[in-house]
Design a protein around this ligand. Structure first.
Ligand SMILES: COc1cc(/C=C/C(=O)SCCNC(=O)CCNC(=O)[C@H](O)C(C)(C)COP(=O)(O)OP(=O)(O)OC[C@H]2O[C@@H](n3cnc4c(N)ncnc43)[C@H](O)[C@@H]2OP(=O)(O)O)ccc1O
Ligand SMILES: O=C(O)CCC(=O)C(=O)O
Ligand SMILES: [Fe+2]
Length: 354
């Protein structure tokens, strides 16, 4: 076990690449002050609704002509921005393998993982880090991550860490079919008949998140409240729990209970913008856990960085609405997201017509 100078926790966690996993494994009894969240950002039981939850949609044997399933998906996207899918055809073996590979990556020594930090990585497409954007945050988040931007199988073979490369690619390949079907249903709900797949899913990013056991979970957050900047996100979580979703038009949160074999789907800002606000990109956050380590694996399906996104013309024609969002270059939108801390301000306001 390394001995660390507690006066320089940020250096140990962020710069030396030990992450919060390294901190947790030292056996700290008390949460360092850098991780203490302001009261309004902590997750407390009095803001949690216990008798409600996001829809669970069975998509077994489903195709685009199955009106009922399409309606359930579109309704969930409008009312919750979040749902879980079960019986989706991605095998348990693929899901278990990517979880095992996530543990394998994070188990490596800090020097190995830190080869992929922003400072050391030879590419922007592979990034190991901790918290969200440590330089901009007032309080750090209790989470380490590896983020992999997909360009091609060849690039992944050359650049992605071998501890999890094959399993991450396999999970991405399998989820592609599910994503296509979900987007097809969502476009049908908007009366959009023809749309180039690449506008909706031209780029993909897979993250693996590690939330170690935390000494004072009530004072910390795993991930602060945010909405994703993707078109859609497909998230695999383990059996620990801790993901909370904001209930629409309220200040209350609902827990997303882990369901063995299920995947959590959420609408991201890009689809909220393209649907002119009909589908909702909802705030969510992750609670730190005092007893267990937790992992999750989101795949963010996005437009291409070079795409200009805005409300789709079919949506405006069909509804007769005025656009509430302007046309934005997707990479400008994403850079705005990554440069600010999770501060509770809607990222999507960046694209709003004033
Ligand atoms: C990490 O914890 C997270 C992550 C999330 C993620 C939620 C999502 O919805 S991710 C989906 C993101 N969309 C894409 O990946 C779309 C395509 N990609 C791009 O458009 C570009 O790759 C880019 C992200 C805009 C980066 O473009 P580039 O021109 O190379 O610009 P940079 O200068 O490298 O980056 C700008 C700025 O962002 C920071 N940053 C970039 N990538 C990441 C990353 N993967 N993780 C963290 N931060 C990143 C980068 O450091 C720059 O900041 P500076 O301060 O250094 O200027 C949700 C919740 C989480 O907790
Ligand atoms: O870990 C989770 O359950 C959610 C993570 C998340 O929201 C994200 O990475 O964008
Ligand atoms: Fe998220």
């Amino acid at each position: 076990m390394p001995t660390i100078d507690l006066s320089n926790i940020t250096d140990f966690v962020v710069n030396e690449g030990h992450g919060v996993k390294g901190l947790s494994e030292i056996g700290l009894q008390k949460l360092p002050k850098q991780y203490i969240q302001p009261i309004e950002e902590r997750i407390t039981t009095n803001t949690v609704i216990l008798d409600d939850q996001i829809p669970i949609i069975d998509i077994s044997n489903w195709d685009i002509h199955n009106k009922l399933v399409c309606e359930k998906i579109c309704n969930a996207a409008e009312k919750w921005g979040f749902f879980q899918i079960i019986n989706h055809d991605i095998s348990l073996e693929v899901l278990e393998s990517v979880k095992d590979a996530t543990y394998r990556f994070f188990k490596q020594p800090a020097v190995e993982k830190n080869k992929h930090s922003k400072e050391n990585s030879s590419t922007n497409n592979v990034r190991y880090g901790t918290s969200f954007t440590p330089k901009a945050e007032k309080a750090l988040e209790w989470k380490d991550y590896l983020s992999l931007f997909y360009v091609s199988d060849e690039e992944a073979a050359a650049l992605w860490p071998c501890a999890l490369r094959d399993e991450a690619l396999e999970f991405m390949r399998n989820s592609e079919i599910v994503m296509k079907k979900l987007l097809e249903a969502l476009m049908k709900g908007l009366h959009v008949k023809e749309i180039d797949d690449s506008v909706l899913m031209g780029s993909k990013r897979i993250n693996v998140n590690y939330y170690p056991k935390c000494p004072n979970p009530e004072l910390a957050v795993g991930v602060g409240r945010h909405s994703d900047v993707s078109t859609l996100t497909i998230l695999l979580q383990d059996n620990i729990g801790g993901l909370y979703v904001k209930k629409m038009d309220s200040d209350m949160w609902v827990h997303v209970p882990p369901i063995h074999g299920a995947l959590v789907i959420n609408i991201g800002d890009a689809l909220q913008i393209m649907s002119n606000g009909r589908y909702k990109s909802i705030e969510h956050r992750v609670m730190a856990n005092g007893n267990n380590n937790r992992i999750s694996v989101p795949i963010f399906v996005n437009p291409k960085p070079t795409d200009i996104i805005g409300p789709l013309k079919e949506v405006l024609l069909e509804s007769g609405e005025e656009p509430i969002y302007k046309q934005v270059l997707y990479s400008d939108y994403v850079k705005h997201f990554f440069r600010k801390a999770h501060d509770g301000k809607d990222t999507v306001d960046f694209a709003k017509i004033n």
